[in-house]
Design a protein around this ligand. Structure first.
Ligand SMILES: Nc1ncnc2c1ncn2[C@@H]1O[C@H](COP(=O)(O)OP(=O)(O)OP(=O)(O)O)[C@@H](O)[C@H]1O
Length: 717
């Protein structure tokens, strides 16, 4: 297939070169013949000889030859779509022959036209016409043949000339000239749009290699922000971080690019757009291991939405699915991401060995994958601070989670980072059950395991909130603002450092069905406050619906990672924009870092189960003890510390005061005083659950427990 394409490409290039040579040849012949015919005396022996021979053959009609050559030059140089070489040649022959016969007929019919000659051609053919049709009819037929062939050759419409002449005889000539100019412009415009094949008209797109790209400034998001972090050395136990060679070599590290094929596909893209009247020029081609991006400069007045609107047609023409259109404002171009016919698998090893990963000081450095241009993409979970992952089934979420876990295992010792893994599906995480990094706040270190039960998960999350509270109290005593601050203070004082806790939930939807109420509260509190104390959440779901990724969760997870989604709606839920539905699956993803307006398209690094097992057995082989102090006691629920509780009481007391004052309660009354019907409904439900109001069955009226309200207000005064 590759050979075929190369041959086709070679043929295409050759024919282009031949046409250019032909155009040059006809331009020369046209100029020289015109010069020789007009001033034979000054055109040397060759010019005089050519002029004489042509005169002998075609007579006075030889003047038409430079015009025919000129026509040939134009159609070759413009590489017109109308170029029909054989037909044009036939019309040229008919045109010059009929012209010779016409001159001979004029010389024969009008005595005053003695100087005119039909040459050898006219001399021999005219008698034949005269015999066959007679003088005048023969004359008319020759004129018709001449005009018809000339019109065909020079692409002139006789009917429109006649029509214009009949309509307005005075202006007909001018009009037909105007029309001709218009036609030429139209043809030129069409040729520019549809063909754009001439190298003079369209500059060749640049193919940017990975090296070139790396020399260019890297996007901000690629530069891993170095988190101020003191590396913790274990006092007692030695521990070796796993080596990269436990993983397979990265086949995407040296992906091959066939320049001819890329140029051919760029050409195909351009002509496809031109077919839809979209003028565009391919400025750059950025080949990557899985997709290639073609940067287009659109003609003035063409909207990016017009290009997005024909995405299916582009896919059809390029014979590939999952094409994505992105605007790249910094280059003022529109990028068309087209999957490569044979995509490479991005390996984790290449990214782990990259300088970006190696130089990153954060223990929570994630090697997510490679960008569309093939450079490794490294980011820091600590700065996110929590991550929401979504994607259809089979899109690559689980592999993505393995990549995330392994990235951290390649950076952090077991006493520096711990994982609380919640896996209701019970199939993805078991391989990690024995690593010393496993953590469960509900059990002692030795019993820590992957959490698979719904209630168990809810309890663990709740307990983690306690851990968070406990850490806050501890940090406050040391006057430390965050975990980095606290750990560096511990290094100075020789105290015990705190480890990071990464909570990963694979299939949030499963938990939300059973224990939504319990976990949502904990997730919200952790997401809002846990970052400073070194707790980070990663939630993954294959059902990114509003019931699973609720407003509360979404608001607290600014970093989103979307694999292919089944619908545009899902893409909107996870990314707040379209795009994820156009991904290719199998690790193709859009990563939206916090604060960024546009997501980066990445190809997730792939780690097979075998590779992961190798790394894990290396870690387990070191027999590093699982050490962490269990949460000693249930931390007392400190009302002022609990943001949700605070919010509740903030609305509850004014609502109770209002009821006490008005001696009635209704949704409208609450709405008028607190604003927003959602808030009013919320307050009503709090009042009802706390028992301040009840609605007896069969009635639609609230009953108020005035005594309870008065008593409560007295107590909280
Ligand atoms: N980064 C990748 N590169 C290449 N292939 C991948 C990649 N990620 C996933 N795949 C392929 O896609 C398959 C499905 O991936 P994965 O199991 O991670 O999907 P999933 O989204 O977790 O699905 P489910 O939600 O059903 O568990 C894998 O078996 C693998 O063959």
């Amino acid at each position: 297939m590759g050979k075929n394409k190369k041959a086709k490409n070679k043929k295409h290039n050759n024919s282009k070169k031949n046409r250019e040579a032909a155009a040059l040849f006809f331009a020369l012949v046209s100029f020289l013949s015109a010069y020789a015919f007009i001033v034979p005396a000054r055109s040397g022996i060759l010019g005089r000889a050519v002029s004489a021979v042509m005169f002998v053959v075609f007579g006075t009609a030889d003047y038409i030859l430079p015009l025919i050559f000129l026509r040939y030059f134009i159609i070759h140089i413009m590489q017109s779509v109308e170029l029909k070489e054989k037909l044009d040649f036939i019309w040229s022959v008919i045109c010059i022959v009929s012209c010779s016969v016409l001159f001979e007929a004029v010389r024969f019919t009008f005595a005053s036209a003695e100087e005119i000659s039909g040459g050898w051609v006219g001399d021999n053919l005219y008698p034949f016409f005269k015999e066959l049709f007679g003088v005048w009819l023969g004359f008319a037929i020759i004129i018709i043949i001449f005009l018809f062939s000339a019109a065909k050759l020079f692409r002139i419409s006789i009917s429109s000339c006649v029509y214009n002449f009949l309509k307005n005889p005075e202006e007909s000539i001018i009009k037909s000239e105007e029309k001709k100019v218009q036609n030429i412009l139209q043809v030129k415009k069409q040729e520019c749009l549809i063909q754009q094949k001439s190298d003079r008209a369209v500059p060749k797109p640049n193919i940017l290699s990975v090296q070139e790209k790396e020399e260019k400034k890297k996007p901000e998001s690629l530069i891993c922000p170095a988190v101020k972090q003191t590396k913790v050395d274990s006092k007692i136990f030695d521990y070796k971080l796993p080596a990269a060679d436990l993983l397979k070599n990265d086949s995407a590290a040296d992906f091959e690019t066939d320049k001819d094929e890329l140029l051919e596909r760029a050409e195909l893209l351009r002509t496809t757009l031109a077919d839809f009247d979209i003028g565009a020029e391919v400025k750059d081609i950025i080949p990557g291991p899985v997709v290639t991006r073609y940067d287009l400069v659109l003609s003035p007045g063409i909207r990016i939405q017009t290009v997005s609107g024909i995405i299916d047609n582009i896919s059809l023409a390029m014979r590939t699915a999952s094409i994505r259109v992105v605007s790249i404002p910094e280059k003022a171009v529109v990028g068309i991401e087209v999957p490569n016919p044979s995509g490479t698998i991005v390996g984790l090893r290449g990214i782990l060995e990259s300088t970006a990963f190696e130089s990153s000081k954060s223990l929570l450095t994630l090697a997510l994958g490679k960008t569309t241009d093939g450079s490794g993409y490294v980011t820091d979970l600590a700065s996110m601070p929590h991550l929401l992952i979504a994607g259809a089934t089979g899109s690559g979420k689980s592999v993505g989670i393995h990549t995330i876990i392994l990235s951290i295992l390649y950076k952090a010792r077991p006493d520096e980072v711990k994982f609380m893994l919640i896996d209701p599906k019970r199939v993805e995480m078991p391989i990690y059950r024995d690593i010393p990094h496993i953590y469960n706040p509900c059990t002692c270190a030795a019993d820590a395991d992957i959490i698979t039960g719904h209630r168990e998960a809810a309890a663990a999350l709740k307990k983690l909130v306690n851990v968070m509270d406990e850490r806050y109290t501890k940090f406050a005593k040391e006057m430390a603002r965050n975990i980095e601050d606290y750990n560096s203070k511990m290094v100075e004082t020789g105290g015990e450092k705190e480890f990071y806790i990464v909570v990963i939930i694979d299939e949030l939807a499963d938990l939300m069905i059973v224990v939504q109420k319990e976990i949502e509260d904990s997730i919200q509190r952790l997401a809002q406050m846990a970052r400073a104390v070194g707790i980070h959440l990663i939630l993954a779901t294959q059902r990114p619906s509003v019931n699973v990724i609720t407003g509360i969760i979404k608001a607290n997870f600014p970093a989103r990672l979307s694999f292919q989604t089944t619908s545009k709606i899902d893409s909107r839920v996870i990314l707040d924009m379209l795009g994820a539905e156009c991904l290719m699956g199998r690790g193709d993803m859009l990563f939206l870092p916090p604060g960024e307006a546009r997501p980066a398209r990445l190809h997730g690094a792939y780690v097979s189960l075998k590779e992961a097992e190798k790394v894990i057995s290396f870690i387990n082989g070191q027999n590093f003890p699982r050490l962490y102090e269990p949460v000693v006691a249930e931390v007392e629920r400190n009302v002022s510390f609990n943001a949700a509780e605070e919010k509740r009481t903030r609305d509850l007391i004014p609502a109770l005061k209002l009821i006490n004052e008005r001696k009635r309660i209704s949704q409208d009354l609450l709405k008028a005083n607190f604003g927003g019907s959602a808030r009013a409904t919320n307050i009503l439900s709090i009042l009802e659950t706390e028992g301040f109001i009840t609605k007896p069955e069969g009635t639609n009226k609230w009953q108020i427990d005035h005594d309870k309200i008065r008593q409560y207000l007295e107590e909280t005064k």
